[in-house]
Design a protein around this ligand. Structure first.
Ligand code: SF4
Length: 125
């Protein structure tokens, strides 16, 4: 008989924050997800077990802009274990104004297949 393990998460897909329990077999395959109020919770739990991801958000320095920094984020969620490396890459960056919302500043950051984009327009001085 295979050994079962259990992991617990809080679903962050909406403000309700359901407590999720995930049962895994000995090979790490998800057997069952409980505690979710909707199907998004099950998708979130499966993703947390297999490939946990988060949206990365920060700011970059801007040269010649009306503001000295611009908010940025990952266009899609990035692998959780790469977030520190991504933060180091973003910290090296300084971009020239003007900027447009959604402008790609780093393509395929740290080989993750995720782009870093601006969160707002930023005019030149
Ligand atoms: S399971 Fe559904 S209802 Fe519960 S927190 Fe996740 S998204 Fe919200």
């Amino acid at each position: 008989m295979s050994e079962l393990t259990e992991r617990k998460f809080i679903c962050v897909s909406c403000p309700l924050g359901c407590g999720l329990t995930v049962r895994l077999d000995s090979s790490g395959e998800v057997i069952k997800v409980e505690g979710n109020t909707c199907p998004r919770g099950e998708s979130y739990a499966r993703s947390e077990v297999k490939d946990p991801r988060r949206v990365f958000a920060s700011t970059v320095r801007v040269k010649g802009g009306k503001l000295p920094v611009c908010p940025i984020r990952s266009k899609t969620p990035a692998p959780k274990d790469k977030l520190f490396e991504i933060a180091q890459e973003v910290a090296k960056l300084e971009v020239n104004a003007p900027l447009e919302i959604g402008q790609v500043l780093i393509h395929n950051v740290c080989g993750t297949d995720v782009d870093i984009v601006t969160c707002r327009d930023l005019a030149a001085r």
